[in-house]
Design a binder for this molecule. Structure first.
Ligand code: SAM
Length: 163
């Protein structure tokens, strides 16, 4: 598979997972949390798919496309580790969906980052909420869900918070 094929497959899988997660939370109230704004691609997709939901974004440094920058009141600017612990005071209600796209080229560092913020993130989720992520998030309150057909195992991670 060429590098171009690989990028296309990765983005198609990401879109399929986001679309499946958006459909799966239709009966659950609550905002969406987006960790990792990047250039704003997935934020833009989430707000297209879930126009009625408020989307809070966590990002260290905003460098997204101008059209994909969230309003100040929905942006948690800074390191995840600093912004997640007291985020509920602004979010006000548990999230129905978290999308965490936080990886860098350093796989070990990305896995360690997810592990270090996992408990804070799951604390912000409603019972029954979904966590869709590019890295594994270990937490005893999470149980794995099936990925959409055609998405290779391990490409993305979909988990539901249990009570
Ligand atoms: N979802 C984005 C998109 O579709 O354009 C791509 C996100 S990119 C893979 C990961 C983002 O996470 C980067 O913008 C990076 O700055 C942010 N990030 C990584 N580690 C972070 C941390 N510890 N605290 C805050 N932001 C972080």
């Amino acid at each position: 598979m060429s590098r171009l094929d690989s990028v296309i497959e990765r983005l198609k899988a990401q879109r399929a997972c986001i679309d499946a997660a958006c459909a799966a939370i239709s009966g659950l109230d609550g905002p969406v949390l987006e960790l990792g704004l990047g250039n704003g691609r997935t934020y833009d997709h989430l707000r297209d798919r879930l126009p009625e939901r408020r989307i809070f974004v966590f990002e260290r440094q905003v460098s997204a496309h101008q059209d994909c920058i969230p309003p100040d009141e929905d942006l948690f600017l800074g390191d995840f580790a600093d912004r997640l612990p007291d985020a509920m005071s602004r979010i006000k209600r548990p999230a129905a969906l978290v999308h965490a796209d936080i990886g860098t080229g350093d796989k070990a560092a990305s896995v360690a980052l997810a592990r270090s913020i996992s408990a804070y993130l799951v604390d912000l989720m409603a019972d029954g909420a979904l966590l869709l992520s590019d890295q594994p998030f270990p937490d005893p309150r999470l149980e794995p869900c099936d990925l959409p057909a055609g998405v290779p195992p391990g490409r993305y991670h979909l988990n539901r918070k249990t009570a």
